[in-house]
Design a protein around this ligand. Structure first.
Ligand code: NAD
Ligand code: TYD
Length: 337
């Protein structure tokens, strides 16, 4: 019989891509639990919403009673926790929702998973828990946890709690820590979709600081294939780094977007740097390769071209998510730029 997975945050960028990937290629039954915050968009799942393998429940991981009802009533074979407040700039404006969802929400889920003996739990974490690198070196699973933003501190706290539950109660958890994702259906407050959307409208492209901060980009499809492999094959109590072997300074990404879209570099505007801005992230993904046999498949050059095309072909999607709440945030973050 098909196994049932509870996927939290399945209406967000990575979660919705994950659910579509599973429904189209595997035999799992999916319950998607999402609170539909500003970042959650049920429209992402239109292609699978009528599948008999898929069901949706609007619920908040901060709400223990509702979580209990859901986990008690369905026989759940595993939980994959994507649900989170995920944007660093928003965490700098207000840390509270990050602690509530990313830390307390994760604890609530784990408590209910323990109570009803869910056999497997995967926490979707981030390389940002390791802090910032200098010009050389890579993050390994042994690197110190040194988060620098309220977002990364909340994710690091959750990771510590997951590991503590594993150590103390034998809680059957694994953690993935992935680098920056790009691909279809990413909310246009993050670097790549924001720059594509602004370039399309000939609006200025706000680059923080000197534009030389480096991220290790991975296509969302590669992240999701890693999450599934770790969920199925990862050793309980272990952390697996996931990366795309594709370090790029922000300015290079922005220039590539402009040249692909035939837009002038004069659209680039250097703006005030993000406070506490991490300089460089880069992942050593040797462990997941050696233990599980996973490697990324999508080359950045092809992935970014496909991604730009997706946003240009799906302008209605972009318009729909850039609602009133988005405009309010945009003005707060960038003024009238
Ligand atoms: P996202 O912001 O696009 O989506 C988050 C989803 O979680 C939304 O659908 C939202 O409605 C839901 N959610 C938020 N609070 C909730 C709550 N209290 N209860 C239930 N649902 C809630 O985020 P994303 O980029 O898809 O990231 C997914 C996960 O992957 C996060 O845990 C993030 O930390 C992690 N991650 C992201 C990246 C990246 O580059 N985006 C990289 C590594 C790890
Ligand atoms: P972001 O997509 O917010 O991801 P993260 O902060 O989690 O890495 O930002 C990626 C990089 O792009 C980061 O160095 C900040 C930079 N950035 C800009 O220069 N301008 C922008 O408008 C945004 C949103 C990000």
């Amino acid at each position: 019989m098909a196994k049932t997975l509870l996927i939290t945050g399945g209406c967000g960028f990575i979660g919705s891509n994950f659910i579509i990937y599973l429904i189209e290629n595997f035999d799992y039954k999916i319950i998607n639990l999402d609170a539909l915050t500003y970042a959650g968009n049920p429209e992402n799942l239109i292609s699978v919403e009528n599948s008999e393998k898929y069901s949706f429940v609007k619920a908040d991981i901060r709400d223990r009673d509702t979580l209990e009802k859901i986990i008690k009533n369905d026989k759940i074979d595993g939980i994959i926790n994507f649900a989170a407040e995920s944007h660093v700039d928003r965490s700098i404006m207000d840390a509270r929702p990050f602690i509530d969802t990313n830390v307390i929400g994760t604890m609530n889920l784990m408590d209910m998973a323990r109570k009803y003996e869910v056999p497997r739990f995967l926490q979707v974490s981030t390389d940002e828990v390791y802090g910032s690198l200098g010009d050389t070196g890579l993050f390994t699973e042994e690197s110190h946890i040194q988060p620098n933003s309220p977002y990364s501190a909340s994710k690091a706290s959750a990771d510590h709690l997951v590991m503590a539950y594993n150590h103390t109660y034998g809680f059957p958890a694994v953690i993935t820590r992935c680098s920056n994702n790009y691909g279809p259906m990413q909310f246009p407050e993050k670097l790549i979709p924001l720059m594509i959307s602004n370039a399309r409208e000939d609006k200025s492209l706000p680059v923080y600081g000197d534009g030389m901060n480096i991220r290790d980009w991975i296509h969302v499809h590669d992240h999701n294939s890693a999450v599934l492999r770790v969920f199925e094959k990862g050793n309980i109590g272990e952390v697996y780094n996931v990366g795309g072997n594709s370090e790029k300074p922000n300015i290079e990404i922005v220039k590539r977007i402009l040249s692909t879209m035939n837009k002038p570099e004069s659209l680039i505007t250097y703006v005030k740097d993000r406070p506490g801005h991490d300089r460089r992230y880069a992942i050593d993904a040797t462990k997941i390769k050696n233990e599980i046999g996973w490697e990324p498949e999508i080359q950045f050059e092809q992935g970014i071209e496909d991604t730009i095309k997706w946003y240009l072909d799906n302008q209605k999607w972009v318009d729909n998510v850039r609602s009133g709440a988005y405009l309010e945030y945009y003005t707060k973050q960038y003024g009238n730029k």
